[in-house]
Write a protein that binds this ligand. Structure first.
Ligand code: IFM
Length: 514
């Protein structure tokens, strides 16, 4: 169903609704020109979500917890990275972050106050196994056990990501993800989690954004361990895909109630031109960035993301690995933030280099992003930009959800992260209220497009806003704020933003015009 049909279904007045100029993001934009991505107001008023839809938030251990060296926790690659001068904007660390290790009862009470029904959090591997191997550190296990109990008492589904980028440094010292042995270490860790928490957690995902772990960590040098080798990227990707399958089996073996899915980053890829070459390049982007690990799990093979033969030898692929990769997901989880426009670079000379920043933005060298996929992927600026620098493109979520629905035979889908960075802070003239209207608009537009995909038959059962609290934003430090709740990092005071109150109303009404 196109947007117009969707809108017109119940609101005759919507027929002919024009795209609104300016559209309310203007505080960061100079332009009031019509915005091709804007969602008409009647479509927002019309949007409905099904009864029982799970409204949630997503968070991550390193970004929130702090307590980086308490209760026997080992060092992670993020501890090492942030403690190295020059790596993080402003020279800050996540040593304290939101201090959620200590303040979690208060944060879960806030989630309850916002009527949330699902809380995606991650477990910091070196809290459980300080060096990544061996018997569990029970102080770490007990912490997460209390955390899960508190969520259940609040009537909130605990949703566990086993790994959101915080590898024990000791395992990096053994070669990190390019070392195939890590797949087995990770499976041991996953089994420990399921044995201790699997009586209460039923929703698991092995990795947050496995492509970013492999590429941004081992090829682009943007995230720890700051590697710059394309072959290490491919090796890391293969280990992660093996680890995904092994962890899936370990969790299922230890917990009969477990369901296992994913938390992949995805961005719909649009070819830059209508040429065959650009369309093929966009297909390679989709294969590499969106469904590489999904295909591995669902079919025990990699999609063809490459120019020429897949570089299986570089990846360290062995006979029989297909069986290890194969671990069909019970549901498919992925993020939505923005889109990419992709062009072919296979006929140009490849040169190493390119700019990578944050977790979501790529800029490529003229000859393509890497020597294997040979495309350029750019984030366009046709729509407004958030203050974190991502293009606002609501219809991307419709295109992406619809494509995954078609290509994977109508799976159950969970949106595992989705949100926007704006720096609004307490307004003293409004008694400390935080009127973050651009964030509300971002969610209204994005969610209206998600509702359209659901109306068209996509089986989306949950949406996790990124994120509950303003937190540590990786290499950007504390310079980006994605929370529904404002964190004052000087004193750890939390203040619910207007967007938080709004999201809380959405969560009880399943509509967006609230
Ligand atoms: O903060 C990150 C998160 O850890 C992974 N996905 C993107 C978010 C916003 O950049």
């Amino acid at each position: 169903m196109n947007r117009r049909e969707f809108t017109a279904r119940s609101l005759a007045a919507a027929a002919g609704a024009a795209l609104s100029p300016g559209r309310g993001y203007a505080a960061t934009q100079n332009s009031t020109a019509p915005d091709p991505g804007a969602v008409p107001d009647p479509m927002i008023a019309q949007a409905r979500f099904p009864e029982g839809f799970l409204w949630g938030v997503a968070t991550a251990s390193y970004q929130n917890e702090g307590a980086w060296n308490e209760d026997g926790k080992g060092e992670s690659i993020w501890d090492r990275f942030t403690h190295t001068p020059g790596k993080v904007r402003g020279g800050v660390t996540g040593d304290v972050a939101c201090d959620q290790y200590h303040l979690y009862p208060q944060d879960i009470a806030l989630a309850k106050q916002l009527n949330l029904k699902s809380y995606r959090f991650s477990i910091w591997w070196p809290r459980i196994q300080p060096t990544g191997v061996g018997s569990p550190n029970m102080k770490g296990v007990d912490h997460y056990s209390r955390f899960v109990d508190a969520l259940l008492e609040a009537g909130i589904r605990p949703w566990c990501t086993m790994y959101h980028w915080d590898l024990p440094q000791a395992l990096e010292d053994r070669g990190g993800w390019p070392n195939r042995e890590l797949a087995n270490y990770f499976a041991d860790y996953a089994g420990i989690l399921a044995r201790h928490l699997g009586d209460r957690i039923t929703v698991w995902a092995p990795f947050n954004m496995p492509w970013a772990i492999a590429f941004m960590g081992y090829a682009a040098g943007a995230l720890p361990p700051s590697g710059t080798s394309f072959s290490d990227f491919l090796k890391a990707a293969h280990t992660l895909a093996l680890a995904q399958g092994e962890a899936h089996r370990a969790v299922k073996a230890a917990s009969p109630k477990a369901t296992v899915g994913s938390a992949y980053e995805m961005a719909p890829a649009y070819p830059k031109t209508d040429s065959d070459d650009d369309r093929a390049a966009a297909a390679r982007y989709h294969a590499m960035n969106n469904v590489f690990f999904l295909e591995a799990a669902m079919h025990g093979r990699y999609p063809n993301a490459f120019i020429g033969e897949p570089p299986l030898d570089v990846m360290g692929f062995r006979a029989g690995d297909e069986k290890l990769l194969y671990a069909p997901l019970d549901w498919v989880g992925f993020h939505y933030y923005t889109r990419r426009v992709v062009s072919d670079a296979s006929k140009e000379k490849f040169q190493s280099g390119g700019n990578f920043s944050g977790t979501e933005i790529e800029g490529n060298s003229p000859g393509g992003r890497d020597p294997y996929t040979r495309f350029r992927a750019a984030m366009p600026t046709e729509g407004p930009l958030t203050e974190a620098g991502l293009e606002v493109w609501p219809r991307g979520i419709y295109d992406l959800v619809s494509k995954i629905t078609r290509d994977y035979n109508h799976p159950i889908i969970e949106i595992t992260e989705s949100g926007c960075g704006y720096l609004d802070s307490p307004d003293e003239e409004k008694h400390g209220r935080i009127p973050d209207s651009r964030r509300i608009l971002w969610y209204r537009e994005t969610l209206a497009e998600l509702a359209r995909a659901i109306a068209d038959g996509a089986k989306v059962r949950a949406y996790h806003a990124w994120t509950l609290l303003d937190n540590f934003q990786w290499a950007e430090g504390y310079t980006e704020r994605y929370g529904l709740i404002y964190t004052d990092f000087r004193n750890q005071k939390r203040t619910i933003k207007d967007s938080g109150y709004w999201y809380g109303r959405v969560a009880v009404s399943n509509r967006l015009d609230v």
